[in-house]
Design a protein around this ligand. Structure first.
Ligand code: BG6
Length: 391
């Protein structure tokens, strides 16, 4: 593990939660590896705001960081990985321990780092690598990276991660769809008018521009997180919940998606908000890590069409952006108008909303009679807010 933005915001906190909840094997040790010389105390301090530790967690948190250590080294230097290997061997469990390498790294160094890991850091237990997106930037570079990694590791040693698939509500899409009789029969073009998948973040690149500017919002969020959610919404029922069966159904969805047309795409780049405070005053181009004059998109909206029997004609609208007004990720299915209206067009369309974050919820927007003497339809919600239902 290195010590960048991803490490402090996501990876250290996640490993800490697994440790806190007793979900890691007792003899697990965590070793950071990156260029900057760092102490474990500094790592702890940098990840502190994201750990969500309570005062009662104090001893457990100390115990967690006591299992942490850190090695500094250059990503292209064989000797650095030999030092890492020596460090791993010296830990309890020695050379026989299983080793899981998590590449939370700039994509530009995936190739040399995986080569050095293979050459210098294989233990006698199992060895696995986890690769974060972006997995290349186009088909050719993705294929090149695949070829490179599979020349070093077996397929069952390689884990390609999309962390949205770990989110509770994204996983819930399977149960909502395939565990409820009320949704199955209406989940199609006859009843659904459109599907909107949204990702919004209230902060900009904030020093991560070096990575971001090479990739842009489509590669950073849309082609992975939003497309994974789209596949779970659109796919047919898999033969089982086995990962390979789910993957097969997702692939069919992807094959049915027609090439996106330029007139169905909107791109944007955020500017500073003169009324905002601190970072909000800065536009994308004010980030010192962003090259001057960059035209990289930080916002994108696109309409995708799944040209199969279930979805023909239903637009799937994907929208994502940084430095927007709020933090929100959701899936929204909008149903068609009720045919044969008898309420003088007072009824709004039903919607089924799966709110991934914040405040996980599943709710349907539906019409109900406003209580009282008159016969007035009113929009209301059937609301399963997780914070209320699951303490
Ligand atoms: C990452 C992107 O994959 O997802 C980031 O690289 C983004 O740009 C992040 O901020 C959002 O993840 P989450 O879990 O905070 O919604």
């Amino acid at each position: 593990l290195p010590q960048g933005d991803l490490a402090k915001k996501k990876i250290y906190p996640t490993i800490w939660w697994l440790f806190r909840d007793g979900l890691l094997p007792d003899d697990t040790h965590v070793v950071g590896f990156a260029r900057t010389p760092l102490t474990v105390a500094q790592i702890r301090q940098q990840s502190q705001p994201y750990l969500k530790a309570t005062p009662e967690d104090g001893d457990r948190l100390d115990a967690f960081f006591a299992r942490n250590s850190y090695v500094a080294g250059q990503y292209g230097e064989a000797g650095a990985f030999e030092r890492l290997d020596a460090h791993l061997r010296a830990l309890p469990g020695g050379p026989r321990a299983n080793r899981l390498f998590y590449l939370a790294l700039p994509p530009s160094v995936y190739a040399p780092v995986t080569r050095h890991i293979r050459q210098a850091c294989m233990g006698q237990g199992w060895n696995r690598v986890i690769v974060e997106k972006p997995f290349g930037r186009d088909l050719a570079s993705s294929n090149a990276l695949s070829d490179h990694i599979s020349s070093l590791f077996r397929e069952d040693q390689i884990y390609r991660i999309d962390h949205y698939l770990g989110k509770e509500m994204v996983q819930n899409l399977m149960v909502l769809r395939f565990g409820n009789r009320i949704f199955g029969p209406i989940w199609n073009r006859d009843n659904i008018a459109c599907v909107v998948l949204t990702f919004k973040e209230p902060f900009g690149t904030e020093g991560r521009g070096g990575y971001f500017d090479d990739f842009g919002i489509i590669r950073d969020v849309m082609q992975n997180h939003l497309l994974q959610m789209l596949c779970l919404v659109a796919m047919e029922k898999p033969a089982s919940t086995d990962p390979d069966d789910v993957r097969d159904e997702k692939v069919k969805v992807l094959k049915s998606i027609a090439e996106v047309q330029l007139e169905d795409v909107v791109l944007g780049q955020y500017v500073g908000n003169p009324q905002g405070e601190g970072e909000a005053r800065k536009g994308y181009l004010d980030d010192a890590t962003v090259p001057a004059g960059s035209t990289t998109a930080t916002f994108a909206a696109a309409v995708l069409r799944v040209a199969n029997e279930r979805w023909d004609g239903v637009p799937f609208v994907l929208r994502c952006g940084k430095a927007l007004n709020e933090r929100k990720a959701e899936v929204r299915l909008q149903f068609r108008d009720v045919p044969g209206d008898i309420f003088q067009r007072q009824c709004k369309r039903n919607e089924l909303v799966v709110r991934v974050q914040p405040d996980e919820a599943v709710y349907t927007k539906m019409m109900t009679k406003k209580p009282g003497m008159f016969f007035n339809p009113e929009e209301s919600e059937l609301d399963l807010t997780y914070g209320n239902r699951y303490k």
